[in-house]
Design a protein around this ligand. Structure first.
Ligand code: SF4
Ligand code: SF4
Ligand code: FES
Length: 366
């Protein structure tokens, strides 16, 4: 039996059978949540664990003993004594046919991984089920809006599969409701209010819709600029340098160039959410105006580059002069929100112990 670990003490624990194996689950969980925990590979497209289950794509169907038709596991609650099969020939055929239909509508199936965090989901499933667009090829839905004049988000609805993950993440995670669904059937279209460009809507350019889109219909314009650079994409886990929340990010790089940012879905402070700065404002890393050497101001007011020893000596002299002339409360230290905790700690220690003042702060404080 697969036992449930770390269940809250007040949770009601039940059992069910998945693919012949007895498993424990917590009352209230869906079949999909139980199956995923038991490492069953149930495919999904409209599912994002951060959002309310929606049941649109039907790829997650499973067989449940006693129920005639396959059920969507992401929206069906697990029940005591249920007997579920996740990978029978019938459900696999069902999923494959659905994928063929989805593929037949999409103009591009080969999506650049820089497009967004989830952009490879459809492509990966097509590969897994060895599905192409051929059998149902015909009329296509979606109207591309690639000329939306915003600097961050490319909207290419020719690749949209109407999973509504973008709409739901905007509403449920961001509370923004900047985008919604217009029309039905082949005329279904994701749109901002009155068909506006995103910059004329309530959009805050948090990028959440881009990162949850499973087809690359929404993609990261800035990251895609790195597509032409040679080399493999590398991911480095880090923390957003902009404020004190401490959102976890995966920095995408090629060679020595930062090309994009993915939110870390398992980041304890942000669980995949980022703001516009954390998501898109990484240009400073390679900006030609970025300082790479210390500068000191000469008597004529102009700056010149110096080595660190000279710069630190100038700073020490300045502190000492201010302290001697105006006293300890003339010194006030502010830690940058981009500094790590250790640097902020060192700054306050330096100000307190060197000058005897508690005038310290950080711009991360909000
Ligand atoms: S744009 Fe992407 S996330 Fe939004 S409905 Fe279409 S496929 Fe889904
Ligand atoms: S960028 Fe954020 S606010 Fe704008 S539409 Fe997407 S999810 Fe909504
Ligand atoms: S993932 Fe369950 S219906 Fe789409």
């Amino acid at each position: 039996m697969i036992a449930l670990k770390d269940a809250p003490s007040d949770a009601r624990i039940c059992t069910m059978t998945i693919d012949g194996e007895l498993v424990e689950f917590r009352e209230g969980e869906t079949i999909y949540e139980v199956a995923e925990r038991c490492r069953r590979e149930v495919p999904t497209l409209c599912y994002d664990p951060r959002l309310e289950a929606f049941g649109a794509c039907r790829l997650c169907v499973v067989e449940v003993e006693g129920i005639n038709n396959p059920v969507a596991s992401c929206t069906t609650r697990a029940g005591e004594g249920m007997v579920v099969k996740t990978r029978t020939g019938a459900v696999e055929k069902h999923r494959k046919t659905l994928l063929e239909m989805v593929a037949s509508e999409n103009r591009t199936l080969d999506i650049d991984p820089l497009a967004g965090y989830a952009s490879q989901e459809l492509g990966d499933l097509l590969e897994r089920y060895e599905v192409g667009p051929g059998r149902f090829r015909g009329r296509r839905s979606g109207t591309s809006n690639t000329d939306d004049k915003n600097p961050f988000i490319l909207r290419d609805y020719d690749n949209c599969i109407s999973c509504y993950r973008c709409v739901r993440v905007c509403a449920e995670q961001e509370g923004d409701h900047a985008i919604n669904v217009m029309g039905r059937g082949f005329d279904t279209q994701i749109t901002a209010e009155f068909g506006n460009d995103l910059r004329d809507s309530q959009c805050t350019f948090c990028g959440q819709c881009v990162q949850t889109c499973p087809t690359g219909a929404l993609s990261d314009k800035k990251a895609l600029r790195g597509s032409d650079l040679p080399g493999e994409i590398e991911k480095t886990r880090s923390v957003c340098p902009y404020c004190g929340v401490g959102c976890a990010v995966d920095i995408l790089s090629k060679g020595d160039r930062v090309v994009g940012i993915h939110p870390a879905m398992d980041g304890p402070a942000n669980e995949g959410a980022l703001c516009v700065k954390g998501q898109y404002a990484f240009d400073f890393v390679h900006h030609p105006d970025r300082l790479t050497k210390p500068l000191v101001k000469g008597a004529d007011g102009s700056f010149r580059e110096v080595e660190w020893d000279e710069a630190l000596q100038r700073a020490a002299d300045g502190f000492r002069a201010a302290h001697e002339k105006h006293g300890r409360h003339a010194i006030y230290g502010i830690a940058s929100g981009r500094a790590p905790h250790e640097a902020a700690y060192s700054m306050q220690k330096f100000i307190r112990s060197s000058f005897g003042t508690n005038y310290v702060d950080t711009c991360s404080r909000s």
